[in-house]
Design a protein around this ligand. Sequence first.
Ligand SMILES: *[C@@H]1O[C@H](CO)[C@@H](O)[C@H](O)[C@H]1NC(C)=O
Ligand SMILES: *[C@@H]1O[C@H](CO)[C@@H](O)[C@H](O)[C@H]1NC(C)=O
Ligand SMILES: *[C@@H]1O[C@H](CO)[C@@H](O)[C@H](O)[C@H]1NC(C)=O
Ligand SMILES: *[C@@H]1O[C@H](CO)[C@@H](O)[C@H](O)[C@H]1NC(C)=O
Length: 398
Amino acid sequence: MRRIGLGLLAFILGASLVAADIDMEVKIVEKLQHFSEYRFPANNHEDSWIEARNYVEKEFDFYGLRVQKQTFNSTVWTLEGDQTVEGVNIIGVAQATSNKPGAIVVVGANYDTNTRENPGPLFNNGAGIAALLETARLFTHNIKWSGSFKQNYTTIFVAFDLNTKEHDNEPGKSGGWYFVNEWLWDYLESSDANFGGAFVVDSIMNVNQEPNSQDTSEDFRRMFPETYNSMAKNSNKGNFIGVVTQPDEKSQKLKDQFVGNYRKDRRKRPFRLEDMTLPTVLHKNNIISELTTQETVEFWAFQVNGTATPLPAVLISDTEKLRSMPESPCGTRVCPPKAWLTEEREEFLVATVEGLTNTLLRRQATRLPNPPANSSEATSLPSLFTTVVILLIGRFYQ
Ligand SMILES: *[C@@H]1O[C@H](CO)[C@@H](O)[C@H](O)[C@H]1NC(C)=O
Ligand SMILES: *[C@@H]1O[C@H](CO)[C@@H](O)[C@H](O)[C@H]1NC(C)=O
Ligand SMILES: *[C@@H]1O[C@H](CO)[C@@H](O)[C@H](O)[C@H]1NC(C)=O
Ligand SMILES: *[C@@H]1O[C@H](CO)[C@@H](O)[C@H](O)[C@H]1NC(C)=O
């Protein structure tokens, strides 16, 4: 009797240990360290640009993604004038055996920077690329190694190079343009049927609790009336993550899944999420100009042979220049990147990574009810080990 009881206990303990092996521990700080320098193909920032690229490639490979490098030539403006440079998008594919309509999801972020002082390389877009890497790590760990999930649908992670839309002067096309037009569309076999949409993570670290740190222009009020009202109730603080989408059905579905997962744990936080669905009819204004400098616009504005074929894409962003930057924690001195990473900003980043990872796991994978008892996968070893130990302990009591 006792033996059966202990066996049962061992089984339950083992099972719960494996369940607890769903890894959701976000380790963003170590990733951020790799993106604290300017990463630009000239003006003495070239080395850190190449280093960032190599690091992303190494990480994607380490997570078990199938890595492809997409090279393209674009033009950037440097101190010596216009220069043609070769950019490289790093694409990491978690391939599924089959897909259904609307199944394939892309998550992307830029790893390069412009050379502007504000907001600097950590905010734009070091935080975004670090979040992309952490999301990729947690997703692949849970579908490949933990034994807790099985992947159903193809999920593509992409680190874009050269977001020329945020550079100065007349620049060439961006890495996002090349990805959508010269890689993704071919990958999708020239049809948006199986495409569920893209998440673009761009500038996600500036949570600003200063009153009136958020843009409150009339254009903003007209475009996002609900966000505007909720901002007014919060002294117009820049204390939210914005989720910007087109109003089409696929975009809304993808956005709703992220919003649901972001708010899932209902934890009380000093920041919130704002749904910023764009109106059906857009008029050119400074809000639109700001929210189309990220790579989302390359999906929204995609064309096939000159015919508009918008692809669903969700921008996750602190709204960049529509929010003022925080005061430097170092006064007028040069600030080490670590000083910028307050506890609150880290929590703000972690919330985005958790929201994204949960969205991907729930949408692209299936939770397995029970791990196989004799699985040889390394991560189910702790449970087997515990089972053995408890059975041994049982012996002593006989
Ligand atoms: C970019 O331009 C260089 C120099 O003209 C050329 O050697 C290279 O093949 C080009 N790369 C791509 C991807 O077109
Ligand atoms: C997802 O994959 C799992 C495991 O292979 C399978 O049991 C399940 O039916 C799949 N779900 C869908 C919706 O295809
Ligand atoms: C686009 O143009 C190319 C070349 O002219 C043609 O082969 C292709 O079928 C066209 N695609 C569509 C969707 O019309
Ligand atoms: C257990 O291991 C055996 C032999 O390695 C294998 O044939 C069987 O399919 C495994 N069972 C499960 C549930 O994984």
